[in-house]
Design a protein around this ligand. Structure first.
Ligand SMILES: Nc1nc2c(c(=O)[nH]1)N[C@H]1C(S)=C(S)[C@@H](COP(=O)(O)O)O[C@H]1N2
Ligand SMILES: [Mo]
Length: 240
């Protein structure tokens, strides 16, 4: 854990300190009415899942955010494993399906009507560079809330238009700083950086942050294919 990763919200810290058992978890996870969080709590000891500590405490820790003046406009290197797909934003739809009660297909116009969250965070690539970037977009937790995950939903798959794929634990997916972003450094996202829509989160390494996301699928179990880089030996959880 980074020493500067603090509980900046006094209420959250109080809940943290009072925490004595799983029954407190709904408080700790306060404000999130997703039934799926109960599932995480109940199933936390299953072998495929993450350590209880990781699963239950990470979602509550907010990663450091930075002032606008800290943005490093040229530090985010475009890192694309194969090619840059050509997506027409006017006809684009983000699909959310799998273990959900309410499968969704949302246009950019619909996504941009939802509450916009902006954050200045550090993007970290395993190849040895990092960049302070501002991302703007929709919280993934809000989208999942709309899709109404079934109680057996445990992992989230992201499919991209360039053939890239990723899977995340649900706790990191519903983290309040995990966004489906359509803005970078105050501007519309560029195609190289993943337009029209990409994952952006300070809780995961760069390779987890899929660009050009077209489909989000909730599943009960991880599949044999876990992610483009993971399937070549990189760590799956890849938390920061
Ligand atoms: N679809 C897709 N998403 C991707 C990648 C990719 O090749 N394809 N590269 C990943 C890696 S390794 C990093 S560090 C970031 C880089 O984002 P950027 O190109 O916007 O800087 O995107 C991630 N998301
Ligand atoms: Mo990366």
């Amino acid at each position: 854990m980074r020493p500067n990763q603090v509980f900046r919200h006094p209420l959250r810290r109080r809940h943290f300190l009072q925490l004595s058992g799983l029954s407190s978890m709904s408080l700790l996870l306060g404000g999130c009415s997703l039934p799926l969080l109960d599932t995480i709590v109940n199933k936390a000891s299953e072998p495929l899942n993450q350590k209880v500590e990781t699963l239950l405490f990470n979602p509550q820790k907010l990663a450091p955010e930075f002032p606008i003046s800290a943005i490093e406009p040229n530090a985010l290197l475009v890192n694309t494993y194969n090619f840059t797909p050509d997506i027409n934003p006017a006809t684009f739809h983000l699909k959310i399906d799998g273990e959900v009660h309410n499968p969704l297909s949302l246009s950019m116009a619909e996504l941009q009507k939802m509450p916009l969250t902006s954050m200045v965070i550090r993007h970290v690539c395993v190849e040895g560079w990092a960049a302070i970037v501002q991302w703007g977009g929709v919280r993934l937790r809000d989208l999942l809330h709309l899709a109404q995950p079934k109680t057996n939903a445990r992992y989230v798959y992201f499919e991209s238009a360039d053939g890239y794929y990723e899977s995340w634990d649900l706790a990191s997916a519903v983290h309040p700083q995990t966004l489906m972003a359509y803005q970078k450094n105050g501007q519309p996202l560029s195609v190289d950086n993943g337009a029209p829509l990409r994952l952006a989160s300070p809780v995961k390494l760069g390779y987890k942050q899929s660009k050009w996301v077209t489909r989000i699928t909730l599943v009960n179990h991880l599949l044999a294919s876990k992610g483009y880089w993971e399937d070549q030996g990189y760590e799956w959880y890849a938390g920061l």
